[in-house]
Ligand binder design. Structure first.
Ligand code: UD1
Length: 366
């Protein structure tokens, strides 16, 4: 085969850190005469500066070659808009492989559009499952994996799941975690956000909180209950709360205010992880953050009933609290008494995952 044209799909914030190291590894390969060529496709699912552009700049991601400009909407509207725009692109300028990452709407939409045009699909972060079909992400994972040709995985649990569902071993590539490639690559560049000096934050003496799952934030009373319980049980520690647009929309009406609750706009990658690395703990309902806290050894309380990333609990520093605020007090006590588990780093989360992915792609398309 001559040149191999790979579409790299990025749509929403958690995609950007997963795609950045793959681009770097492909650029490196190109210098060495590789046949692998990429086209970066931004679906436009996230479009605010602080949800998208800022990440491109900080992570050194080049300007997308194409922006599908899909914008917001319901799950079906967003999916449909991305599929229509991506299908059109592929019909005008085809690719040999569509590489998707993670579990967002863009992941599902682009993999389906490509596969229906007979284009191979590679899925980075394949095979992880929460078994919770109320999460749009779980449906995205299931559909994407059902049509994936090449599965790049982050854990043995994912490998075992894929094998159990009949995926042949030679299509499963256990490579590690590209999100951790980005974390380790940029760790030396983390930078102090403005809130650090403004609020007089001190290492180990504050908590970082993020909430954006529909089940936690879409109902105002649920969200307020969670936040109030966290405030009531976090002793005298400031709570730094970068607020996702979805959560902001709900909070705007609530008038919630407390002197220790530091409400800020979504932070850049470097600023956010500066805070996480130095925090006493993180309280979150994100999946990706539980991986980052695991690698940085920071106690993490997850406000979800389940996780698709069990290694962050079995090996890492994460604990699942569920979504009932009643679990928060005991967990805070454990933190304050210094009994939080220490944890270690899952296999192959070593900063070299993207290089392994590119090596496999070279072999697949040789
Ligand atoms: C999406 C992902 C989720 C990921 C999260 C991280 C899906 C199904 N979900 O959820 O897995 O953890 O991103 O951020 O893909 N909005 C803006 N500006 C933006 C982007 C969104 O204001 O740049 C608003 C939208 O109008 C919408 C809300 O935020 O009302 C939610 O955005 P959406 O992309 O639908 O899903 P997320 O909740 O961000």
């Amino acid at each position: 085969m001559n040149q191999v044209n790979i579409d790299l799909i990025a749509g929403a914030r958690p995609n950007f850190m997963k795609i950045a190291p793959i681009i770097r590894a492909l650029q490196e390969a190109e210098k060495n005469g590789s046949k692998l060529q990429y086209r970066l496709v931004h679906t436009g699912q996230h479009y605010d500066r602080n949800m998208s552009d800022q990440f491109f700049e900080q992570l050194g991601i080049p300007e997308p070659d194409v922006n599908l400009g899909s914008g917001s909407g319901t799950q079906a509207e967003q999916t449909a808009r991305i599929m229509m725009a991506y299908e059109k692109l592929l019909m005008e300028q085809p690719a040999d492989l569509c590489l998707v990452v993670g579990d967002v709407t863009s992941t599902l939409a682009c993999s389906v559009a490509a596969k229906k045009l007979g284009i191979k699909v590679a899925h980075v972060e394949a095979g992880i499952r929460s078994y919770d079909l109320t999460m749009p992400e779980e449906i995205n994972r299931m559909v994407t994996d059902s049509i994936t040709d090449y599965f790049f995985t982050t854990s043995e649990v994912a490998n075992a799941y894929l094998r159990r569902t009949g995926v042949e071993q030679d299509r499963i590539f256990f490579v590690g975690n590209t999100m951790i490639d980005t974390l380790l690559h940029h760790r030396k560049d983390f930078r102090k956000p403005e809130i650090w000096d403004e609020a007089g934050l001190e290492q180990g003496k504050y908590i970082v909180m993020t909430l954006h799952r529909p089940s936690n934030v879409d109902e105002e009373s649920t969200l307020i209950d969670l936040i109030r319980t966290i405030i009531d049980h976090s002793r005298n520690l400031p709570l730094v709360f970068p607020i996702h647009p979805r959560t902001r929309k709900v909070l705007e009406h609530s008038g919630l205010d407390h002197p220790r609750l530091l409400q800020v706009d979504p932070l850049g990658y470097l600023e956010f992880n500066y805070l996480v690395e130095r925090a006493a703990a993180v309280i979150t309902d994100s999946g990706g953050i539980t991986e980052e806290t695991t690698v940085m050894g920071v106690p993490c309380m997850t406000l979800r009933a389940n996780t698709e990333r069990p290694e962050t609990i079995d090996i890492g520093t994460n604990e699942l609290l569920g979504t009932n605020p009643d679990a928060i007090p005991a967990s805070m006590e454990k933190l304050f008494s210094g009994e939080w588990k220490k944890g270690s780093i899952p296999p192959l989360w070593d900063g070299h995952t993207a290089e392994r992915i590119v090596e496999h792609l070279e072999n697949i398309f040789q």
